[in-house]
Design a protein around this ligand. Sequence first.
Ligand SMILES: *Cc1c(COP(=O)(O)O)cnc(C)c1O
Length: 461
Amino acid sequence: MNKAILSSDEIPRQWYNLAADLPTPMQPPLGPDGNPVSPEMLAPIFPMALIEQEVSPKQWIDIPEGILDILLKWRPTSLHRAFAFEKELGTPARIYYKNESLSPPGSHKPNTAVAQAWYNKQAGTKRLTTETGAGQWGSALAFACAQLGLECKVYMVRISFEQKPYRKIMMKAWGADCIASPSTETKAGRDILDKSPDTPGSLGIAISEAVEAAVTDESGSTKYSLGSVLNHVMLHQTIIGLETKKQLALFDEKTPDVVIGCAGGGSNFAGLAFPFVHDKINGADIEIIPTEPASCPSLTQGPFVYDLGDASGMTPLLPMYSLGHGFVPPPIHAGGLRYHGMAPLVSAAAVEGLVTPRAIHQLECFEAAVTFARTEGIIVAPETSHAVAGVVQEAKRAKEEGKEKVIVFNLSGHGLMDLKGYEAYFAGELQDYSLPKEIIEENLKEIADFPKPAVAKTGRW
Ligand SMILES: *Cc1c(COP(=O)(O)O)cnc(C)c1O
C-alpha cells in the first residue's frame, strides 16, 4: 500500500487546541501600553467567533458543517508512503508525507482561509482584506471568498506583484481584487509612496494597508484576515495532523518517531505536529522538528520576546521567538518562510522543549527537493523543501544508527508556481546566506524596551 485515503465521513469533526494542554499557560498578547489586549479591542478587525477561538481554553472545538462541506471538496488529503524516496536514500526509515498540495490553490493555507471566510460570512462581513507576499496566502483567501460569496481585497507586496504574475492571475480568476502595495488607496500606502516612490514594498507595509482598509470601512462590513501566526490559524490547521493519525493506523503504524514540518509563521508545522505534541505531553517519545531557513532563523537564533507581528506596529505584541520586527531576511526563494517571528503557540512548545527546531540552508533544501521530485514525482514548494531536507537528514541518521524509524512530514504545497527558484538553482545562481550574530543583535536593539515574557518551563522535555 503506498497511500492511505480516508472517506468523506472519516474527516475529523473537531479541531485540536494545543493551548488547552500546554503545561505552562500561554501569555497574552499586549497592547502598546503593555496591558493585555482585550477581545473587544480586536473586534473591529476580526469576527467574535475567531476572537473566541484565539483565546479559547477548550481542548477540542467543533468544526461547523458549513466549513466541512467546503473542506470536503479536497479533504481528507492522502497520506503517502515515500517508497522510492526511501530507496534512493538507502534508509531503513519508513517515510510518510501528508499531501497538502491537493487543495485547489495548492497548499495547506485554504484550511484556515475557508474557516475564516465562513465565520466572517456568518457574522455579516461582506468583504475581507489581507496582505500577501509571493501570493500563496492571497490566492488561498481569494479561493475561500469565492466559495462563500465574499469580496476579497489583497494587498500584494509590489516587487512580487511585478515579478510573480501567476498567483495574481489565480486571485483574479477567483474574483479577488489584487493590487500592488504600497498603493494610493490607503493613508499608510500614500505616506510611504510620498517618501519613497520606488519602494519594492514589504509585508509590513501591506499588513498596514490591509488592516487600515478594514478598520476605516465605517459600515463595519469589512474585516481583515491573517494566514498564519495567530492561535486560531494553528487551530484550523490541526485537521492535517488529526487525519494523519487515522491514516498512520491504516498503514499499521503506531506512534511515529519523527514528525517534521517547515516553519515560516508556523501554521503548516503546527497543523501536522500539534496532535502529536499532545501525545508527547502524555508520554509518547516523538522528536518533533520545525525546520526553518538558516537565513531567517527565528526559532534557532532569535530570543523568546514580546515583539510586534508586523513591521509597522498595527498588531499587538506577541510572545514569540523573533529576530526583531524590523528584520528584513535575505531574498531566498522560500518567500513564505521569510517572517521575522514565529507563532506564539509554536514558540511556547519550543520553550518547553516539546519541539526541537532546526535551521537548514537553501542549497541543501533544493537538492533534497530535486531528489524528491525525481523519486516521488511531486515538485514541492521552496518552503516545503525545508521539510524535505529535514527528512533527508533524519533518514541518513536512521541509516547510521541502523534504526527502522517512522518519519512523517507535511508536504505543505507544490512548487508549480515557484519554478523560478528551481530555475535559479539549476543555473547555479543560488547561494547560502548565514546570518551574522551582529545583524540579529542590531535588529533586537529596536525591541529592547518592550515588556519581557516569562520564560517558564517545566523541564520535563
Ligand atoms: C505559506 C507557506 C508556508 C509557510 O507558512 P506557515 O504558516 O509556516 O505554514 C509553507 N509552505 C507553503 C507551501 C506555504 O504556502
